[in-house]
Write a protein that binds this ligand. Structure first.
Ligand code: UDP
Ligand code: MN
Length: 361
């Protein structure tokens, strides 16, 4: 059969076009095995009893205004049997990198309370990110104080500068989990360990609590020119959040070595929103919503007292007008312990020396 050169060219052209189309259709499926909506699966061999309550986006959408819930674990650990996770060593506190964001003016009024309470139980893995030299603090905390040299202002740039240093120090640390908290957070280490133990640090895990009841919408200025917008959830920094090492490494192009500041400047959003943007919008890994993290934006007085010690983070606020603290009673009065952090600490660690003293007075 005779084929005219024009006909052959045309057939070749059609065939290669079809091939190109197939390849183009296949690229997204090959490149992004972790699709949005696919939440990290908790490991089957542990079942947290700390009231872990990771929820889907819809269930968490009333997180800000609803009463604080802290149900006992509703997670079905299921019958799935993952041989690889069976062989894994249990997570230890030293596998977690806890970054505390602070500023010079809060070294005495806020940090001292943290050193007296939960930080004293996690000295090796807690790192303080501040913006000014302080000899007293250095003496107390040694090498775990990091002067970021970021500006001491409460501006987007200054806060993103600190987050950028936190990220780099975590990557350097080789630890399995990155957790960020503010200096008005109490971390219940036992609950944190329990929560993180139910995931693998090699999976893509972003855990925290949104402060909004809807995803935030911002102009897309990283992947395009800002003419389209992008919607994503973010965990509020004031309640603390955690990121697995596996996921943190993937964030590197937009987060490491100053890139975090560039990314934040492009989308013109604060540090915690920028984290959410990189993870949810750019990497397409969904936030795992959990009600175990608490900022003072919530009504903390509404938390049932019996659930307080099962939470991962607590906060306090508003001593001046309306006291917004967890409703927990113990050896300290509201005047002695306005934040309730000492009371919480003595319930968790009754053997602490100053807890004893307060009992005898
Ligand atoms: N912060 C800071 N620089 C400032 C003011 C605050 O780094 O100039 C830190 C502060 O230490 C805390 C966090 O930002 O860890 C949030 O501050 P704050 O609790 O005062 O404010 P809010 O939680 O209401 O945003
Ligand atoms: Mn705060």
């Amino acid at each position: 059969m005779h084929l005219s050169p024009v006909g052959t060219n045309r057939r070749c052209f059609l065939a290669s076009s079809a091939l190109c189309a197939i390849v183009l259709l296949l690229i997204p499926t090959l490149q992004t095995p972790q699709r949005q909506g696919k939440l990290p699966r908790p490991l089957p061999h542990t079942r947290p009893t700390g009231g872990e309550n990771a929820t889907d986006n819809k269930a968490a959408s009333n997180s800000k205004h609803s009463s604080v819930t802290s149900d006992k674990s509703q997670r079905d650990s299921g019958g799935a049997d993952f041989l690889s996770s069976r062989a894994k060593e249990p997570l230890r506190l030293k596998d977690i990198f806890i970054a505390v964001k602070t500023t010079r003016k809060y070294h005495r009024s806020r940090l001292e309370l943290l050193f007296q309470t939960w930080v004293s139980e996690a000295k090796e893995q807690t790192f303080i990110f501040t913006d000014g030299e302080d000899k007293d603090l250095k003496q107390k905390a040694g090498g775990s104080v990091i002067n970021t040299n970021c500006s001491a202002a409460h501006t987007r740039q200054a806060l993103c500068c600190k987050m950028s240093v936190e990220y780099d120090k975590f990557i350097e640390s080789q630890k399995k989990w990155f957790c960020h908290v503010d200096d008005d957070n109490y971390v219940v280490l036992r609950s944190l360990l329990q929560l993180l133990s139910s995931y693998s640090h090699t999976q893509d895990v972003y855990l925290g609590r949104p402060s909004l009841d809807h995803p935030i919408e911002a102009p897309e200025r990283v992947r395009s020119d800002g003419s389209t917008s992008v919607k994503f959830w973010f965990a509020t920094g004031g309640a603390g959040f955690c990121i697995s090492r596996g996921l943190a490494l993937k964030m590197s192009p937009w987060a490491s070595l100053g890139n975090f500041i560039t990314t934040a400047e492009k989308i013109r959003l604060p540090d915690d929103c920028t984290i959410g943007y990189i993870i949810e919008a750019l990497l397409e890994v969904p936030l795992t919503h959990t009600n175990l993290f608490h900022s003072h934006l919530e009504n903390l007085q509404r938390m049932p007292a019996e659930n307080v010690l099962q939470q991962v983070t607590l906060s306090y606020g508003g001593f001046e007008n309306r006291r917004n603290v967890v409703p927990i009673a113990g050896a300290f009065s509201l005047t002695e312990d306005p934040s309730r952090f000492k009371t919480v600490h003595c319930l968790l660690y009754p053997e602490t020396e100053w807890c004893h003293r307060s009992r005898h007075h």
